[in-house]
Structures are given as C-alpha cells and as structure tokens.
Design a protein around this ligand. Structure first.
Ligand SMILES: *Cc1c(COP(=O)(O)O)cnc(C)c1O
Length: 240
C-alpha cells in the first residue's frame, strides 16, 4: 500500500513540475518580448514532445499549452489518435518520402520542408476536406553538411516553386542553428535568418512565420523576431 502511495506522490510531483515549467517558459517569453520594444507580434510556444509520454503531453495541455511538435511519425500517430484532446500538431522531424502521405494527413503544420519533391508529396496527399497544410521551409543557416534544410542560395527559388502547390501554404522559415553557448553569438545567427526572411517579405512573399529557438536559445531567437519557438527539455525534462 505504502509503495502505491509513493508512486502516486511521485507522479503528482512530475505533473506539477510540467505545469510549473510551462508557466516559467511563458514568463520568460514575456520578459524577452519586453526586452525589445520593437517586438509586438505574439509568440506561439510549441511543446517539442518527442519521446515524452502521452501523460506528460496531457499535463502540458492542462497547463495551457495548445501546440505540440513531434519528430517521428509512428510515435506521433499513436499520440495524436489516443490523446483525445485537440491541440495543433506540428511535424518538426526529418521527412522520409514514403511517410509524407501520412504526415500530411495527420498534422496541421510541417516545419521541415526542404525539397520540391517532398513538398509535392505532401501536397498530393493532403485531403481536400482539410485546410491547406501550413509549411515552413527549413533553412540550413550554418551550411552544415550533415544537417537538413536548403542553403540560403537555394531558398528563394524553392519558395517560388511552392506557390503552385494549392494544398500547401508556405508560412515561413524554420532553422536549427549550430549549438552556440553565448547569447550574443546566438543572436547573430538568428539575425541572419531574420534578414533573409525580411528580404523575402519585402520582395512580396506573403510570409508570417519564423520558427526558431529551442530550450537553449529561445530567448535569443525571440529577441531577433521568432514567431514560433519549439521547446522540449525546458517543459518536459530530459528525454529518455
Ligand atoms: C527536439 C527538438 C526541439 C526541442 O529541443 P530542446 O532542446 O529539448 O528544447 C526543437 N526543435 C526540433 C526540430 C527538435 O527536434
């Protein structure tokens, strides 16, 4: 009996931690917004819930979080079907071609488009009964060989091609920069992304989303104009 009681206490404690974490991250977002008077848009907080349990997602939802990001289709599908809540689901992982169909049927957003071929697959399998799929083009801002994303040179031509895919709406850019510990260095790379983004907007591309910033760098990202941040560890704790 005693051990059941302690397990219950422990679970309760975990859940409290998640709601505290959501509150703390929201407060930090608020502080970053005020740190820069030019910042007036709102920030969407996405809980990056890969390899976290459905119970933890439920707790975060209870604490007010309404956007979740998943990286692996199979894991995500199980959560989306079983959650019995209706948050906005973002796909933020690498897209394997053969999984594009299912991804475009299950998700509201896909942040990791980096080729016309994948975009076309998502477009062709988006059910016409659903709203168009929101997408971000992933930009490989540090030109890392091992990382997904288009290079800054290829970005505009890809975005130009995507406007012919009627079941997709290109909302903006997504980046995962290299790990940098110093906020000044973090801001420098996010500013580079912001400049590329506004260059496109000024040319007439209808974009409204900058998906950048994770647990270790979201403060810097917000100060450089992020509109969506994807936060995992700071909300759910370390991944298994
Ligand atoms: C895992 C992941 C995140 C969240 O990372 P944390 O450092 O845990 O906040 C954000 N974006 C993407 C694409 C991820 O895969």
């Amino acid at each position: 009996m005693a051990s059941v009681y302690w397990v219950f206490r422990l679970l309760k404690k975990c859940n409290l931690v998640i709601s505290d974490n959501v509150k703390r991250v929201l407060k930090e977002i608020d502080e970053c917004m005020h740190a820069d008077v030019g910042n007036s848009h709102s920030i969407t907080l996405i809980g990056a819930s890969k390899s976290q349990t459905i119970e933890k997602i439920r707790e975060a939802y209870k604490a007010g979080l309404r956007h979740f990001g998943e990286n692996y289709l199979q894991e995500a599908e199980e959560k989306i079907i079983n959650l019995e809540l209706n948050p906005t689901w973002h796909f933020i992982g690498a897209i394997q071609s053969r999984k594009a169909k299912k991804i475009s049927q299950l998700f509201d957003w896909v942040h990791t488009v980096d080729s016309y071929k994948v975009a076309e697959k998502l477009n062709d399998s988006r059910p016409s009964s659903m709203n168009p799929l929101n997408i971000c083009v992933q930009l490989n801002i540090d030109n890392e060989e091992t990382k997904s994303g288009v290079s800054p040179d290829e970005l505009e031509s890809l975005i130009g091609e995507l406007k012919y895919l009627n079941n997709l709406i290109v909302r903006g850019l997504m980046v995962i920069p290299m790990q940098r510990d110093d906020e000044y260095e973090q801001r420098k790379v996010f500013k580079k992304v912001k400049d590329i983004y506004y260059n496109l907007v000024n040319k007439g591309y209808d974009l409204d989303t900058l998906s950048m910033g994770m647990s270790s760098d979201f403060a810097a990202a917000i100060k450089e104009g992020a509109t969506m941040i994807r936060v995992g560890t700071s909300i759910f704790g370390l991944r298994e």
